[in-house]
Ligand binder design. Structure first.
Ligand SMILES: Cc1ncc(COP(=O)(O)O)c(C=O)c1O
Length: 371
């Protein structure tokens, strides 16, 4: 199977409901009203960049978001806020999740004194299930993969008149996912006084790990909207065994990934890409590649064992995948065309976003003890 795709994006955003909602996002202003809000750190890992022989490596640490150990609270809280302002009578929120999004929905529903029912696929770990249930949610594990769990949650929400807060979209289900994507804009806006400077971005390349593609799409949307053709190059990273975006780009249409769906990168282990995410991704990504679990592990260790005075970053398997993608780009000889395509060289200023901390503590412990 091909492990890389080079894209020539036109960086044009199309008119759509999603685009309209993203344009109107006031997520940063909303998030600032939450008691758990604080700007997450942006680290400049000088010694790691020297070691990898690139100009700069910045890591925005979303493991510190809202005490949830992952960035997902940005999307769920904003979507629930929007849903409740449209219909204050909602009593039960529902979603399907492989972990982080479900915890975010459970947290946000509880904050708003609402119930939540969260469905998880068969491979979700005990630790992730507990983390969701701790917010008072009903968590139900199904003997299904992620994609079929989403279909199940959608069906039962319709039947029970629950409000589905799903972080992926499909035909006729685009509004809530667009609010979720609007919520993600907060962490990009937080960098406007540092690397997301006006007119010209302060970084050359951004590595974004993908599950269904909603999060990377909202980042791409932000960069196109802010910089248009001057946007940084965007490289998407997925697990070898679950690479729905890469395979969709190679097929030039949205497809369910072929692969074993067996990966430690649980948050990225998804099925068919989000409809509205896909529309943005194909217009704005510059390259996509897939990585084996070993690259995610390497990246976790590179962040956990900092060189000299670099800051330590606690990163989970999916959170570290962007950096894993960068390491692979630099290591693999035959990727010279890819490196040239994205302009990756000794001067490149690179951003990775640590989208989760040690969300599976047992797995994290065994990865770092294997140094
Ligand atoms: C830690 C982490 N990073 C990245 C992603 C990717 O987000 P998306 O599924 O919107 O592509 C996820 C999705 O759950 C995740 O949990």
């Amino acid at each position: 199977m091909n492990e890389v795709f080079l894209n020539s994006p036109d960086n044009k955003l199309q008119n759509s409901l999603t685009n309209d909602i993203l344009l109107k996002s006031n997520s940063l202003e909303y998030h600032k009203t939450l008691e758990e809000y604080s700007v997450t750190p942006l680290h400049d890992l000088k010694n790691l960049s020297r070691k990898l022989n690139v100009g700069k490596i910045y890591v925005k640490d979303e493991s510190k978001r809202f005490n949830l150990n992952a960035f997902k609270g940005l999307g769920a809280s904003y979507a629930i806020h929007k849903a409740l302002s449209l219909d204050p009578n909602i009593s039960i929120f529902c979603t399907a999740t492989d972990g982080n999004h479900g915890r975010a929905v459970a947290w946000s529903a509880a904050k708003n004194n609402r119930k939540s029912v969260i469905y998880v696929p068969k491979q979700t770990s005990e630790a992730r299930i507990k983390a969701i249930a701790n917010h008072g949610s009903e968590v139900i594990q199904l003997d299904l993969n992620y994609e079929d769990t989403c279909k199940y949650a959608s069906g039962i929400s319709n039947k029970m008149d629950w409000t589905l807060i799903q972080d992926t979209s499909w035909e006729n289900y685009e509004e809530i996912p667009a609010y979720i994507m609007s919520g993600y804009l907060t962490h990009l806006r937080e960098m406007e006084d540092s690397i997301n400077t006006l007119n010209q971005p302060g970084v050359d390349i951004v590595f974004l790990q993908c599950g269904v593609g909603s999060w990377p799409a909202s980042c791409i949307w932000y960069y196109i909207n802010r910089y248009f053709r001057n946007k940084p190059k965007i490289v998407l990273v997925e697990p070898d065994e679950s690479s729905g975006i890469l395979q969709s780009l190679l097929s030039n249409k949205r497809v369910t990934p072929k692969g074993s769906l067996n990966t430690i990168m649980a948050g990225l282990n998804c099925g068919i890409p989000s409809k509205s995410g896909w529309e943005i991704i194909k217009k704005g990504c510059d390259a996509a590649l897939s990585i084996s679990d070993e690259y995610a592990e390497k990246a976790i260790r590179a962040l956990y064992f900092p060189i000299k005075d670099d800051k330590r970053v606690i990163s989970g398997e999916s959170g570290a995948a962007g950096l894993g993608g960068l390491i692979k780009c630099l290591e693999v000889n035959k990727f010279d065309t890819l490196r040239e395509h994205i302009g990756l060289n000794t001067k490149s200023k690179i951003l990775c976003i640590n989208t989760e901390g040690n969300t599976d503590p047992e797995s994290f412990k065994s990865i770092i003890s294997n140094n």
